[in-house]
Design a binder for this molecule. Structure first.
Ligand code: FHN
Length: 607
């Protein structure tokens, strides 16, 4: 997995961040700011040019990763001086939830001594589960480094009796076992650092110098991680950044030191467009589908990321497999968390669940790796994934009558078989446009039996038809939309789901409607627009009519507002196509589109 270059060690040029706490002079800090910091930023060890498409390739293929939240909070295990973190809340936030003074938390952190930690075992668990990448919390919000940092003595090697560097050991075990090694780094939040974001119970917010934290701790630590642990698959930033400029600086560091390393979207401010290489859903967010940017969803195995002795609300292996298929069938990656205990033991329910997932993956991973989003809609019996001319039907609920209906597929189905029984061909019939697959009497796997359909080409389906309830408006959103050109369905943690990136008349959004109530419809549009979009024109066409509109800026970030437009008339019941697009070519995004509503007005007739 080597990318064929070595990265320079930064150890020799850095000064412990804690030095300021123990009274090293300000002059020295200024020296380091001026000399040491730019050094890393200016060195590009490879001068390697990597395209976005090359960088994301492995991520698109690998689909399934292991997330590890592990730190001093694991020692507390959800309890501080008799107070418990309620089940359902994140145990790794214990320092913030109970406003534990940084000095006391630091004392507690001396106890971390994971004598049961075996990097090889953790990596083997990931591997046998079918996970292809592994991301460990190198520093979470509590500010403690789980690796040997020269920037701050507040790290597992210098601060605890353990004296070993788990990030080093994991990176080596990953490389040995063909797993992509990745790090999580909380770049903005730091409850230990007087200048970091988040701890206002110890440190006066008005006295904080956030830039100093960025320059003296956050960026140097990122450089260490990128310099000392070999090629990283990705850096997983969290909680966003205060300004796009700061986010760009972090991106720049990663690009300079490891041009192949991916950067997740949380590197940037949540109020801005995607920065980094792919977007992360909300924590435990389940996708609604249709997204046209690369994405991943981080998920827990119980209800916390860091270990809690109280939380026994474990997901089952079935839950994990079904979630994975749901996510991957909608085009995303699944980053599944384990929260090891302080001594390095992985809780046994997690291990048992992952083992069963691994058994399923061993037999069925062809239906996961290298697949893409399925155009087939969700089915009552399960979900689907796609690779080339093959559709993988993931049957979660086995049909009682032995016949599996696959509606909506426009292709010819040439052959069908269970993935784990390729020699036994299944009969296919076509009834009213629905393919029916004759199944064996019993599922081959109780959790998910995969049926492979060989098609005559890549799967084709009709666009979704939006129907209307009695007197109810048509709600035309991103989910039922078909886009052309640059118009892109996307997610932003603050901006939620919307369509953006459309700038000219080739970039359109279209819906197919089945109108059952004829008459006049009031059109309303909901969007968010920045100042650059002021006075841009758009045009909506429907049923031979055309309605124009002018974009009104709604403010910075994502501030969605609804605007009334003209009415249109559907004179006959039946199928209509509604389309919206920019009326001219612009050099900026038209708007962040969320919804077009068509509400029936006045007396009307149901046909
Ligand atoms: O605050 C963190 C949380 O502790 C955990 O690390 C998750 C993982 O996605 N991210 C943050 C919240 O979004």
């Amino acid at each position: 997995m080597s990318h064929g270059y070595t990265v320079p060690t930064m150890h020799s040029i850095q000064q412990p961040r804690d030095a300021r706490r123990v009274g090293i002079t300000v002059a020295l800090c200024i020296f380091w700011l001026k000399v040491a910091v730019p050094l890393g930023a200016q060195s590009n060890p490879t001068q390697e040019q990597v395209t976005d498409a090359e960088r994301i390739e492995w991520f698109k293929h690998d689909k399934f990763g292991m997330f590890i939240h592990w730190g001093p909070y694991s020692y507390l295990a959800g309890e501080w001086k008799g107070k418990q973190i309620p089940v359902g809340t994140e145990a790794e936030w214990i320092m913030q939830r109970f406003n534990i003074p940084a000095a006391e938390y630091r004392e507690m952190a001396h106890n971390l001594n994971p004598t049961q930690f075996r990097a090889e075992e953790w990596v083997n668990l990931a591997k046998s589960t079918g996970m292809k990448y592994l991301a460990i919390t190198a520093k979470h919000h509590d500010g403690f480094a789980m690796y040997h940092s020269q920037v701050s003595k507040y790290n597992i090697v210098d601060w605890t009796p353990f004296k070993r560097d788990p990030v080093q050991e994991l990176s080596e075990a990953c490389r040995k076992n063909g797993i992509r090694f990745c790090v999580y780094y909380s770049h903005r939040e730091d409850w230990d650092d007087p200048d970091g974001y988040g701890n206002n119970w110890d440190f006066d917010r008005s006295k904080k110098n956030f830039n100093r934290y960025l320059e003296e701790k956050s960026k140097p630590q990122l450089r260490e991680l990128l310099s000392n642990y070999g090629p990283l698959g990705l850096v997983w930033f969290d909680r966003g950044m205060d300004t796009p400029e700061h986010a760009r600086q972090f991106i720049e560091i990663v690009r300079q030191l490891q041009p192949r390393c991916l950067i997740n979207g949380r590197v940037g401010s949540y109020g801005e467009d995607l920065m980094g290489d792919y977007q992360d859903m909300n924590d435990n967010g389940m996708p609604t589908g249709g997204l046209q940017e690369y994405w991943e969803t981080p998920q827990t195995l119980n209800t916390t990321w860091g270990y809690s002795k109280f939380d026994q609300q474990w997901k089952t292996s079935g839950d994990v497999i079904h979630r994975m298929v749901e996510i991957i069938g909608k085009g995303g990656n699944y980053l599944l968390n384990i929260g090891p205990m302080a001594d390095g033991t992985i809780p046994s329910p997690s291990v048992a669940t992952l083992r069963r997932v691994g058994m399923w993956m061993q037999a069925n991973s062809e239906s996961i790796y290298g697949t893409s989003a399925s155009p087939l809609p969700e089915q009552p019996w399960g979900r689907s994934t796609v690779k080339g001319d093959k559709v993988y039907l993931h049957v979660f609920s086995w049909p009682g009558d032995g016949s599996l209906p696959v509606p909506g597929l426009k292709n010819e189905v040439i052959a069908a078989h269970a993935l784990t029984a390729p020699s036994r061909k299944l009969e296919i019939s076509l009834v009213n446009g629905t393919s029916l697959i004759a199944l064996p009497a019993k599922p081959l796997d109780d959790l998910d039996t995969v049926i492979v359909l060989q098609l005559d080409g890549p799967p084709k389906v009709d666009p979704p038809i939006v129907t209307q309830g009695s007197d109810a408006p048509f709600e035309l959103d991103y989910l039922s939309a078909v886009t052309t050109g640059k118009a892109t369905k996307r997610f932003n943690r603050e901006g939620k789901f919307h369509i953006a990136k459309w700038t000219n008349t080739q970039d359109s959004i279209t819906w197919h409607l089945l109108v059952s109530q004829v008459g006049e419809y009031q059109m309303r549009i909901r969007y968010s627009a920045r100042q650059e979009s002021k006075d841009a024109k758009f045009v909506i066409t429907a049923g031979g009519q055309s309605v124009g509109g002018t974009v009104v800026p709604t403010g910075e970030g994502y501030q969605y507002k609804t605007f009334d437009l003209d009415t249109i008339k559907f004179s006959n019941a039946g199928r209509y196509v509604v389309q919206i697009k920019p009326a001219a070519d612009y050099d900026h995004n038209l708007m962040y589109f969320q919804l077009l509503e068509l509400a029936p007005v006045g007396p009307r007739m149901v046909e």
